[in-house]
Design a protein around this ligand. Structure first.
Ligand SMILES: [Zn+2]
Length: 216
């Protein structure tokens, strides 16, 4: 099959529109290099693009995306660590000031973990990857009488908190946060409503963002 025509059409629209408007910015970024202030760790889900949600320009966001926006804990072994490598680059070379873990509603990865009926086993890549969510699931506890959607939302939000905790297992992240040179944040995107919520670090609650929202 040929290269997807949808992408050719999309690129031509980009070239005629946004690239034209931002050509100078692209040239500057090519010469001076990127210096984004924010790293986003998001889900691969096609509905939750950080650049779209945050209306970001080229060079503004350093993004790593994976299934269910998970961060594995610090593990200096011989395995291949994609998130850890991106984190090292963002904090060591780029010196980003913020890391945002961006979770979302209707996350397929979270559903795969929460519902044993899903067609995924623990021997599959996703099954093994999603075991990173186990500490979050322990905190949420059993579903009990909770409606399915509420339970999954709790799991999605608890998983964001767990990823933030795992970020702090990286010595460099822990040092930078302690030195007030780096801040860690959680956020949650409601796919159906388009509503973004930001995690209050004190209460752990997710607060809806509107035009009057003042970040703490
Ligand atoms: Zn997801």
């Amino acid at each position: 099959m040929p290269f997807p025509q949808r992408l050719i059409d999309g690129y031509n629209a980009f070239r005629a529109g946004r690239l034209k408007a931002e050509q100078n910015r692209y040239r500057e970024l090519a010469e001076s290099g990127q210096s984004p202030q924010v790293m986003v760790i998001g889900c691969s889900d096609s509905r939750v693009s950080p650049e779209v949600i945050f209306d970001a320009r080229p060079g503004e966001l350093f993004v790593v995306r994976n299934v269910a926006n998970l961060v594995p804990p610090y593990a200096p072994d011989d395995a291949y660590h994609g998130v850890s490598a991106a984190l090292e680059f963002a904090t060591g070379a780029l010196k980003v000031r913020h890391i945002v873990v961006l979770g979302h509603a209707q996350c397929g990865g979270v559903q795969a973990f929460a519902e044993p009926s899903a067609p995924i086993s623990t021997t599959d890549f996703i099954g093994k990857w999603m075991t990173l969510m186990a500490p979050a699931a322990d905190k949420v506890g059993a579903r009990g009488d909770l409606p399915r959607a509420d339970y999954l939302e709790r799991m999605e939000k608890a998983s964001i908190a767990n990823s933030l905790a795992n970020l702090l297992t990286f010595p460099r992240v822990q040092y930078l946060v302690g030195a007030d040179e780096l801040s860690l944040h959680g956020a949650y995107f409601g796919v159906a409503t388009g509503q973004l919520s930001v995690r209050d670090p004190r209460s752990g609650d997710f607060l809806a963002v509107d035009a009057n929202f003042i970040a703490r």
